[in-house]
Design a binder for this molecule. Structure first.
Ligand SMILES: Nc1ncnc2c1ncn2[C@@H]1O[C@H](COP(=O)(O)OP(=O)(O)OP(=O)(O)O)[C@@H](O)[C@H]1O
Length: 354
């Protein structure tokens, strides 16, 4: 399904399940991602749910099996309802799940008070703890995948099960800004530490937006940028907490919860964004950074809060890909011209001799 085809489901559209025979009516679009589109849908009995429509049947089946596994663990992911295909054309592959009410962390972050930040960080910790108990890591930690509703006791819920990976395997889907390997702090492997470092890096990047150019930096320079961003927290307890999480010294979700519990609300208040800080750190140079050696191209995509999938081409690789396509095209056109010229010449010679 192309993106155009994806976005054609308007409010009121009806989707009938080929196998379940259930019918859902589209209420609104909840979000669009790299793997699919999520709609808020209503069943005839009035129940509201979220329907994720993916481009491929394989993605639906894969995410569905993970969602079922998560449901047994009590992790913070949506509860699965059913998996189906649409009975009518165009063929849609989808699954239906609990609709999570809440706003993405990125939207609410700036408005959170110290004690709310604490609640949010504790809730993320307990969500990760449940997931880690069944020996899986979230991997694709990003503010869009954490939905916050402070009116609920479980005030943070996770969405997008697509990145969840069994411990020890290499990470398939990640967001560069939350990836410790991208910033030069560790391995890109599904572990408890990977998730914990990801949450801490996400917090650093929520406070200080990384410069868009950092995709072209060396790993060492990116690492230095994170260290400089951390220094801006002053000597606060939040700073040492984040440093420990990023460098793997907070190894489990239980330790994370314990450490968050010890932080004061006033120190956590510092975790929020600071406009002047963004300006100073995003200037072309910053204190603490000295270039060593030639610049290397990043291995992975660059760009704040976008998900990278191991199998997808990275945005940073795109210009060179386009460049290669340009040369291929030029070669093709040159060959075509040669073929046309030689055909004309052959006909000219043939007609001349007739
Ligand atoms: N169960 C749900 N309840 C409410 N909103 C949801 C739900 N699932 C997904 N969303 C919203 O839809 C957005 C896209 O969903 P999701 O992250 O699953 O898609 P994706 O294609 O895997 O995206 P990505 O590009 O991040 O991999 C989410 O960021 C979230 O805002």
């Amino acid at each position: 399904m192309t993106p155009t085809k994806r976005s054609t489901l308007k409010k009121g559209a009806r989707i009938q399940g080929k196998w379940s025979k259930q019918e859902w009516t589209v209420c609104s679009c909840l979000g669009v991602g790299a793997n699919g589109v999520v709609y808020s849908v209503r069943r005839p009995d009035g129940e509201v749910a979220a329907m994720k429509i993916c481009d491929e049947a394989g993605s639906v089946a894969f995410e569905w099996s993970l969602l079922e596994k998560m449901a047994q663990s009590g992790a913070a992911f949506p509860k699965p309802h059913c998996i189906d295909d649409s009975a009518q054309a165009p063929a849609l592959y989808f699954y239906v799940m609990e609709q999570i009410n809440g706003r993405p962390l990125a939207e609410v972050w700036q408005h959170l008070q110290g004690h709310d930040i604490k609640r949010v960080l504790l809730a993320i910790g307990s969500g990760l703890r449940a997931l880690h108990r069944i020996k899986h890591a979230f991997c694709d930690v990003k503010p869009q995948n954490l939905l916050v509703d402070l009116h609920r006791e479980q005030c943070v819920r996770f969405v997008d099960v697509g990145g969840v990976t069994p411990f020890g395997r290499s990470v398939r889907q990640f967001t560069p800004t939350s990836d410790c390997a991208y910033w030069g702090f560790g391995e890109r492997r599904a572990t408890e530490k990977y998730d914990i470092a990801a949450v801490a890096l996400m917090l650093v990047c929520l406070r200080t937006t990384p410069p868009s150019a950092c995709g072209n930096w060396t790993e060492a320079r990116r690492r230095a940028w994170v260290q400089a961003a951390l220094r801006q927290y002053g000597d606060s307890e939040t700073r040492s907490f984040l440093e420990d999480a990023i460098s793997g010294r907070i190894a489990t979700a239980d330790e994370w919860i314990l450490r968050v519990d010890q932080l004061s609300a006033s120190s956590l208040q510092m975790a929020r964004s600071n406009a002047s800080l963004n300006a100073s750190l995003n200037a072309s140079s910053f204190r603490g950074w000295r270039a060593h050696g030639p610049q290397r191209q990043p291995k992975r995509p660059v760009g704040a809060q976008t998900t990278a999938t191991q199998t997808k081409a990275s945005p940073s690789a795109r210009p060179s890909a386009q460049h290669r396509v340009g040369w291929t095209e030029r070669f093709m056109w040159a060959s075509l011209c040669c073929a046309v010229v030689s055909t004309f010449s052959a006909w000219a010679v043939y007609l001349h001799w007739l």
